[in-house]
Design a binder for this molecule. Structure first.
Ligand code: TRP
Length: 484
């Protein structure tokens, strides 16, 4: 290899990367976040735009990230620097790596709080703390759980410690092993809930809510949220997938791998929607009740079904595990950077990163109790972490990476790395040069209020614009020398 990348430890099994990346992708984003933002943005239209974003932006960005990781064999900062160096580009591009690492860290700071909810509900199913007969009772339980900083802090601290323990040991064996039985278990639990939902009386409403695709009703805010969710749920632009890619053996196919991960992730998200909304409609709950949505709806379903306590226990166990395999991936980039550059042992790097994480996540946790009115522009700290990362940092980081891969790097470097057939390589190039950047760009321009997109009526113009810009771009590109 010519870019200075060193040989690196690799995944153990053939499935190692797919399992670990799926473990990273499938998490609270699928089961907690997807249903509640779908509820907030009104259902079907949001789901459609989200699926578009996964295919048109998510998969190409994921392939690009894996390729950066595998070619550069390092943390995001080092890998991007090496790959750019190989093409003679500017060192400044490694800023993208810094932003990604920071983004992963910021996500984890609020993620451990939500994972803490899941852990505490797991505990409650054991000690019988989840009985109540109405949505209001459940909302009260959720509120009471949040009200004490000591209680909530205990759970998020537990999540932080467990995450750092796993990362400190080295992720390979731990993650590879746990994901292989956890994923099937999760899908099985969701299937049980869906079957229950079919008989609950709310199933028809739920399916209509999720799959009646009338795009006209989607706000700009909703489009930005759909794009952000696509990035969040695939763990993109935050160092996780890139760092996991740096452990990927040379023989694996990047395209097939990325597609499998995206597909598995999408299936779990849609199943979660189909499990949760029937309960919500059958109990007359409001689908837009925000981050507490699954914690207030599902316990009601568990109570009403046979063996509910057992299923509830298994469900929150799976959810907690899914959260852990994701949280591990978010801090892996930082830990890998610390060990590669600062000569720290893995254990030491994990505890250092974990201590900083603990401080920031404690601040995020306080948003639900004593810090409830420490707000800025109407959002408290927890919301700010979520908003800044998924709405801005991830899409911008993804945009930077596709532009870098599409226009700045030597064509040969990614061509070798991706190992695609000529046809699929061209498709990938078209996606990273035009489709993804224009998609991300449009959503931003729309969100800033510069234009107002109506996909259902503007799509012919959008398509024409895409073709025109592609032709223009391909004409201008060889005439412009982007590299020295
Ligand atoms: N994708 C995970 C989920 O859906 C969350 C996650 C893991 C993540 N790693 C990430 C989100 C990195 C952003 C960045 O729950």
């Amino acid at each position: 290899m010519t870019n200075g990348a060193q040989p690196r430890i690799q995944w153990l099994g053939r499935w190692g990367f797919i399992l670990a990346a799926t473990g990273s992708a499938v998490g609270l984003g699928n089961i907690w976040k997807f249903p509640y933002i779908t509820g907030e943005y009104g259902g079907g239209a949001f789901v459609l735009v989200y699926l578009l974003c996964i295919m048109a932006v998510g998969v190409p960005v994921m392939m690009t990230e894996i390729a950066f990781g595998r070619r550069g064999r390092g943390s995001p900062v080092d890998a991007i620097r090496r790959v750019v160096n190989e093409s003679g580009g500017s060192r400044g591009w490694s800023l993208l790596g810094w932003m990604a690492m920071l983004c992963g860290f910021m996500v984890l700071s609020f993620y451990v709080v939500v994972a803490g909810w899941s852990f505490s509900y797991l505990w409650k199913t054991l000690v019988g703390g989840l009985s109540g007969s109405s949505v209001d009772d459940m909302a009260a339980i959720f509120a009471a759980n949040n009200a004490s900083p000591l209680n909530l802090g205990l759970w998020s601290t537990l999540v932080t410690v467990v995450t750092m323990l796993i990362v400190g040991k080295g992720v390979q064996a731990g993650i590879e092993k746990s994901v292989s039985w956890m994923m099937p278990g999760m899908v099985l639990m969701l299937a049980v809930l869906i079957v229950y939902g079919v008989f609950s009386g709310g199933f028809g409403d739920a399916m209509r809510f999720l799959f009646s695709f009338n795009v006209g009703s989607l706000s700009s805010e909703g489009m930005l949220a759909a794009l952000g969710q696509a990035f969040f749920t695939l763990s993109l632009a935050s160092g996780a997938i890139l760092t996991y890619g740096s452990y990927l053996p040379q023989s694996a196919s990047i395209g097939r791998t990325a597609l499998s991960v995206a597909l598995a992730d999408t299936v779990v998200a849609l199943m979660a929607g189909m499990a949760i909304f029937p309960v919500i409609f059958a109990n007359g709950m409001n689908p837009s009740s925000g981050p507490g949505l699954i914690f207030m709806s599902l316990p009601l379903a568990f109570q009403a079904m046979p063996f509910g306590t057992l299923f509830g226990f298994l469900f929150f166990l799976m959810l907690s595990m899914a959260a852990l395999t994701s949280s591990v991936s978010m801090i892996e980039a930082t830990v890998s950077w610390l060990t590669d550059n600062k000569g720290m042992s893995r254990t030491k790097a994990s505890w250092l990163a974990g201590s900083v994480l603990w401080l920031v996540s404690t601040l995020a946790m306080l948003s639900f109790n004593i810090g409830g009115d420490w707000t800025l522009a109407g959002k408290h700290f927890f919301d700010w972490l979520d908003y800044l990362t998924s709405r801005w940092m991830m899409p911008l980081g993804g945009l930077g990476m596709v532009l870098l891969a599409g226009f700045v790097l030597n064509e040969q470097s990614f061509r070798d790395e991706l190992g695609l057939s000529r046809f699929w390589y061209m498709v990938w190039l078209f996606m990273v040069r035009y489709v993804s950047p224009l998609g991300i760009g449009l959503v931003f321009v729309d969100a800033l209020g510069l234009v107002s997109l109506q996909i259902h009526s503007h799509w012919p113009w959008l398509l024409l614009g895409l073709i025109a810009i592609t032709l223009l771009g391909e004409w201008v590109r060889p005439r412009l020398r982007l590299l020295p």
